[in-house]
Design a protein around this ligand. Sequence first.
Ligand code: SAM
Length: 229
Amino acid sequence: MPLLPRRFERLKAVLDRRMGDLTVLLEHVEKPHNLSAILRSCDAVGVIEAHAVSLAERLPTFNTTAQGSQKWVALQRHADSTAMIRQLQQRGFRVYGTHLAVEAVDYRRCDYTGPTAFLLGAEKWGLSEAASAAVDQAIFIPMRGMVQSLNVSVAAATLLFEALRQRQTAGLVPERGEGLAPEQYQRLLFEWAYPQVADWCRREGRPYPALGEEGEILEELPRTVKLRC
Ligand code: SAM
């Protein structure tokens, strides 16, 4: 089915509000319903990519809780937690580790208007010692009940929406694509609009074709590829 102009406008409207400087790092969060719920919250807030360290032999899997959000929020996989944290720090992110350390502060006391990554831990064990030691700041969400911790996806949503709230208050939420580098925006727009053609281009080592005003591909493609549009 051809890409409808209305669908193209919707894709652009969502990309216009995506934030490249807000993300989550997941350390051994393995349950499909948790991963799915976290990616769904990422999509809702405007996160463009999330990061995960998972057991070597296990591919992250999602269930219906995701509602397809794994298509709109890329999950980058890493082999090692400390390397993942360092990589984000080198890119200018401040990494907030979620655990109840003595030095942890109430999450509402931190400023998330700059590049921010929330590190969340495994369902059963929480964060590893190595990961906790590598973060810039430990934070916690105060609890008032009998149970000591929140479900990890609830913690992720609470933190992400606090970051969004702070950015909205500061007038720092992108509305016209300024949250992404222009080349990243164009690449994602093509991949979202034409995922199968994008796959083909990557396999062939070709750049993505340019798109017209209404999302039409401005290049003659082989017939078999055209059928996938
Ligand atoms: N027994 C584990 C522990 O001591 O960390 C509980 C893990 S908890 C179910 C899973 C993850 O959810 C945690 O590693 C953390 O990332 C997040 N989390 C849960 N409750 C939290 C809270 N009150 N504040 C911040 N993060 C929380």
